[in-house]
Write a protein that binds this ligand. Structure first.
Ligand SMILES: [Zn+2]
Ligand SMILES: [Zn+2]
Length: 259
């Protein structure tokens, strides 16, 4: 995030230290996140502003969503800018693939096969004895000796000799997430650079899709977007931007032609 902000906006980011962001919720199940994803990001940004005594704060928060093929199939990252001086907030976001692998293992051979499949050691792993909520957890494993040691210890603690091994989803352990956070940050910067024509505030952006793109065959309105509503963060100005420009919806998506 820091190089992107430096290049695009000539802004230097300062890292707030001295607090554990896991207290806002963790992916490894020890702490349940309070509030929604955006609230969690906003709370982190405000905590950082408080610690550094700054009027601007930026924080990110990720979430994982189920899909057809797994528990954590897709990853949504939001990055929020809180501006205390103007009392405004701008939110960037991006969606990406989830890099979450999870298996119950008993042998070192299976561990090695699993770890390679899970992108280890570039992507970190978590090891627990017995079950997914066991508090005896080894997090942030990123080298083979540490992984083998944690696995051996967890297997000795496990009455069934089963060890639960899964991807560490924390951003600094998961380059797949880092890539999505980078794209969410680029989205945020694009929004900061887009200003309202009326008041000049940053964050002028599409807030809503307007559906009704006409069908190519029968011209009936469909559920496809035909316009976007753009709005100022201060609410003083909005416009409808036409996306139609002679485009038509595929009749396969038309409620009349393909009910
Ligand atoms: Zn405005
Ligand atoms: Zn039609």
């Amino acid at each position: 995030m820091a190089p992107l902000f430096a290049d695009a906006l000539d802004v230097r980011l300062e890292l707030a230290t001295g607090f554990d962001t896991d207290t806002f919720g963790s992916f490894s199940r020890e702490v349940v996140r309070q509030g929604n994803q955006l609230e969690a990001a906003r709370n982190k940004a405000k905590k950082g502003m408080e610690l550094l005594a700054l009027d601007f704060g930026i924080a990110s928060e990720g979430s994982f969503h189920p899909g057809a093929f797994g528990l954590f199939a897709s990853n949504l990252e939001v990055v929020v800018l809180v501006d205390r001086l103007q009392g405004l907030e701008i939110v960037g976001q991006a969606e990406g693939p989830s890099h979450h692998f999870h298996e119950r293992l008993t042998t070192r051979d299976d561990l090695e096969v699993f770890a390679r499949k899970a992108g280890f050691p570039t992507h970190g792993l978590i090891v627990r004895p017995e079950h997914d909520y066991d508090p005896r957890v080894h997090k942030g494993l990123t080298d083979w000796p540490a992984l083998h040691a944690a696995f051996g210890e967890a297997r000795a603690q496990s009455r069934s000799s089963v060890v639960c091994v899964e991807s560490d989803l924390r951003a600094h352990m998961n380059p797949t997430r880092m890539g999505t956070i980078r794209r969410a940050t680029q989205n945020l910067i694009g929004r900061i650079q887009s200003t309202c024509a009326l008041c000049g505030r940053p964050g002028y952006w599409a807030v809503e899709r307007v559906v009704g793109l006409p069908c190519r065959d029968c011209r009936a309105p469909t559920g496809e977007a035909q316009a976007e509503r753009w709005a100022c963060v201060a609410g003083d100005h909005f416009e409808i931007r036409d996306l139609n420009a002679g485009r038509f919806a595929d009749p396969a998506r038309c409620p009349s032609c393909n009910p």
